[in-house]
Design a protein around this ligand. Structure first.
Ligand SMILES: Cc1ncc(COP(=O)(O)O)c(C=O)c1O
Length: 443
């Protein structure tokens, strides 16, 4: 792994390639590029703050994943929550990928992008009656059920309207996924899933209730997982339930293993996509489960390193103790550092800046001390007007952005290779918001 300037005590030089498993690299003359396009050009053409995504990186991640599938039955349902831009969803659809949705809004987006209903699965602990109805009308592939009350509600709505809901019960396997507490979901104290010991009774109930057909079982244990042990433990627990259910005559032919595979933000070494896929299939060998379709719901591992947030230094300011670079991106654009103490590498547009570093924060213009994108790291000595790319911002970036402080949300741009892998080009896939957008719908 190439270390960057942000790690305390590391001297840096400009001739290495500062790639965080993503599309950023310095050109021979020391200018930062994104898939070969100078970021200075992107900033000039589209302004800052700006999210930039690489279609090529997304395609590579999907290809890596598929290399581990080995001909087994599977469905990739991209977790729309990670990055729900329509153009990204269209890329997924073109690649034969479905959607893991958690709201009626995500269903709307997935359908707008052309993703067929039979490739859509619906998770989430709080599906409203209206959302359940919409998903039934669309005839989605499967509902992932998270409680008895929800099962009864799905049954009620389906039966009243003479429809049938295919359901999968999400087991809370009570395994430690060893990740940030806010993104761990497979522990008893988390709100997600049905406790392991209550699962069989819920399937019995599903059999009695009208309008539901139990076809799957699943789990999702957390996000940004850097090892496969949690997956193996969860798979083992759910496998015994699956075997038991089949023994009781349930025709369970889908196993949803959720998402959660981690990515490299700093010096993490997550398992490869193919290894992850292989591991899950190994837990359910073909000899024992020939007809089982594994459903994968990757989000971050597809989109995370495909994107960066490009921002410009507005002002520098400091005192004897501390230096602040005030940038035009803020916590409303990328809340991950404030919310999870998340780490994003920060790369200056000019590699020459890497030769001198100092202890500094990158902070936004918002009136909160929590408004930082980088805190307490060694950063290059930046100048007013410099551009900086915050790496690994493709997932849980724009989707979590807000209009706090009445800041219009950033534009999003997609970079795609030309025909036959030729010169990449960029296009706007979400225009920058205007002041009028800020007050739309207000009286
Ligand atoms: C049910 C479910 N599936 C998939 C995901 C996607 O996770 P990730 O983006 O870590 O792959 C999540 C994220 O929280 C989730 O809750």
């Amino acid at each position: 792994m190439v270390r960057n300037e942000n790690q305390a005590g590391n001297s840096t030089n400009s001739d290495r390639t500062p790639v965080v498993g993503g599309p950023l690299a310095y050109s021979a003359d020391g200018r930062l590029e994104f898939d070969g396009i100078p970021v200075a050009q992107l900033a000039r053409d589209y302004g800052t703050p700006l999210f930039v995504y690489s279609a090529g990186h997304i395609a590579e991640r999907l290809a890596e994943f598929r290399a581990g599938v080995g001909g087994r039955k599977h469905l990739i349902c991209y977790a729309v929550k990670a990055n729900s831009n329509l153009s990204l969803l269209r890329l997924m659809n073109a690649a034969g990928v479905g959607a893991d949705i958690v709201s009626g809004g995500e269903l709307f987006r997935a359908r707008k992008a052309g993703i067929p209903a039979d490739r859509i699965v619906f998770a989430g602990v709080g599906k409203s009656a209206a959302e359940i109805d919409e998903a039934l009308s669309a005839d989605i592939h499967m509902f992932s059920v998270e409680s008895e009350a929800e099962l009864r509600e799905i049954s009620r709505i389906a039966a009243e309207t003479k429809r049938e809901a295919r359901i999968s019960i999400r087991v809370n396997p009570d395994v430690d996924a060893a990740t940030h507490p806010y993104i761990s979901t497979g522990l008893k104290e988390n709100k997600f899933g049905v406790p392991h010991e209550e699962v069989l009774a819920l399937y019995d109930l599903a059999r009695e209730l009208p309008g539901t057909e139990a076809r799957g079982i699943g789990f999702h244990i957390g996000s940004q997982l850097l090892g496969l042990d949690g997956y193996r433990d969860a798979a083992a627990r759910v496998r015994s339930l699956l075997v038991e259910l089949r023994g009781r005559g349930f025709a369970i032919d889908h196993l949803d293993v959720g998402g959660g595979l981690g990515i490299q933000y700093d010096d993490e070494q997550p398992p490869g996509m193919a290894e992850y896929a292989r591991t899950m299939f190994e837990a359910f060998p073909e000899a024992d489960f020939p007809d089982l379709t594994l459903v994968f719901e990757p989000g971050r591992s597809i989109a995370g390193n495909a994107g960066v947030l490009l921002t410009r230094v507005l002002y520098g300011k400091g005192n004897a103790a501390k230096h602040f670079d005030i940038i035009d991106a803020a916590m409303n654009d990328l809340i991950r550092p404030a919310l999870y103490s998340a780490y994003h590498q920060a790369w200056p547009e000019r590699s020459e800046r890497l030769s001198e570093t100092r202890e500094a924060d990158l902070v936004g213009p918002i009136c909160e001390s929590g408004d930082f994108l980088v805190r307490g790291r060694r950063l290059p000595v930046l100048e007013q007007g410099d551009l900086v790319a915050l790496a690994s911002a493709g997932a849980y970036g724009f989707v979590m952005s807000s209009n706090y402080n009445s800041r219009p949300r950033a534009a999003e741009v997609l970079v795609e290779a030309g025909p036959d892998g030729g010169q990449a080009s960029a296009r706007v896939i979400r225009r920058r918001e205007t002041y009028d957008d800020l007050i739309r719908g207000e009286d």
